[in-house]
Design a protein around this ligand. Structure first.
Ligand code: HSE
Length: 324
């Protein structure tokens, strides 16, 4: 086998209460990453991007193609260099996750690439395949190509699945949190793009002590609610007092979409990653479409056209689809 195709799900980072540390996987959108092994690589360019396509591309500049600038190839270069691999890799990207949407597209491409390459290491590396924990550092190196730093809040859920807490310790750790029963996600994407670096640059670098204390309580309540399967505690906990108030004005209709979601019973609603997508959690799958329509309607009233997807959190991370 020298080629594989990997399904790498969209992810929602921050999850209202855990800026840069919480994220979950969502299978309704995904990148597909095809990886082939090259047994006699060009030593100067062992990893090559062999094409990409995606429904919403607007121009040639949309995705960097230089191997060190593209998240998928940068992740594979980190893998080749760190493991001293004799082989290289050729990668094709099908971007099912809209660019600049806040749905973890850069992480999905990086994770898909390393999961694919890992499946092709038999006969090349004595202890192949590597564990997902071993792959984490390479995927993070890839994500850093896009966001300038190794945030793990999209990479971790894309790699491990479910609802993850990424702990940026040395070395980093990933904790998978229990997902409350019946929980359903509504993901709404305004048809606009926001740049993660710009959305980070607008954040104040200091948090008032009072906001720090209150936000810590919301994070603690959220994690306890997940372990206790306590939806009412979850509803009380899911509030972002620090980040969303600063980023919300970049998304016309954000406040109204959140209010519309909560009015129809959503447990919580906030910005997906750095936006502009929004997500809401509902307790009952039957509520999902109603909440999604209400959010889309509220955004539309503010001139923002949007699409909605409804589904459970994905228990799985990136996975091999078929052998091409
Ligand atoms: N947590 C990041 C942010 C996005 O909100 O800027 C993904 O890493």
């Amino acid at each position: 086998m020298n080629g594989v195709k990997v399904f790498a799900p969209a992810t929602v980072a921050n999850v209202a209460v855990g800026f840069d540390i919480l994220g979950f996987a969502f299978d309704e959108l995904a990148d597909t990453v095809t990886v082939h092994r090259i047994d006699d690589p060009d030593p100067d360019q062992p990893v090559v991007l062999d094409g990409f396509r995606g429904a919403d591309f607007e121009g040639d500049q949309d995705l960097p193609t230089e191997p060190r600038d593209n998240t998928a190839t940068r992740a594979l270069l980190a893998m080749v260099e760190d493991l001293g691999l004799s082989c290289g890799f050729r990668v094709q990207l099908e971007k099912g996750i809209p660019l600049g949407s806040g749905m973890g597209g850069s992480a999905a491409s990086a994770v898909g690439a390393v999961v694919g390459a890992n499946a092709l290491l038999e006969g090349v590396l004595a202890d192949a395949p590597l564990s997902r924990h071993q792959l984490l550092a390479y995927a993070l190196a890839g994500e850093a190509a896009a966001s300038g730093a190794a945030h793990g809040d999209n990479v971790a859920p894309c790699l491990f699945g479910g609802l993850c807490c990424f702990l940026p310790f040395d070395p980093p750790r990933v904790l998978q949190l229990p997902v409350p029963s019946g929980l359903t996600c509504v993901l709404v994407r305004p048809r606009m793009r926001l740049d993660t670096l710009a959305q980070r640059a607008l954040l104040a670098t200091e948090v008032p002590l009072d906001a720090y204390v209150r936000q810590s309580a919301h994070l603690a309540g959220f994690i306890a609610a997940c372990y206790r399967d306590d939806l009412e505690l979850l509803r009380a906990a899911m509030r972002d007092l620090v980040i969303a108030p600063q980023r919300g004005p970049s998304i016309p209709g954000f406040e109204q979409a959140g209010a519309a979601a909560r009015d129809r019973g959503a447990l919580g609603c906030s910005i997906a990653g750095s936006g502009p997508s929004l997500f809401a959690w509902v307790a009952d799958p039957a509520q999902g479409r109603v909440v999604g329509d209400a959010m889309v309607g509220a955004l539309q009233e503010h001139g923002t056209t949007a699409d909605a997807w409804v589904g459970a959190l994905s228990p799985q991370g990136a996975r091999i689809e078929v052998t091409p």
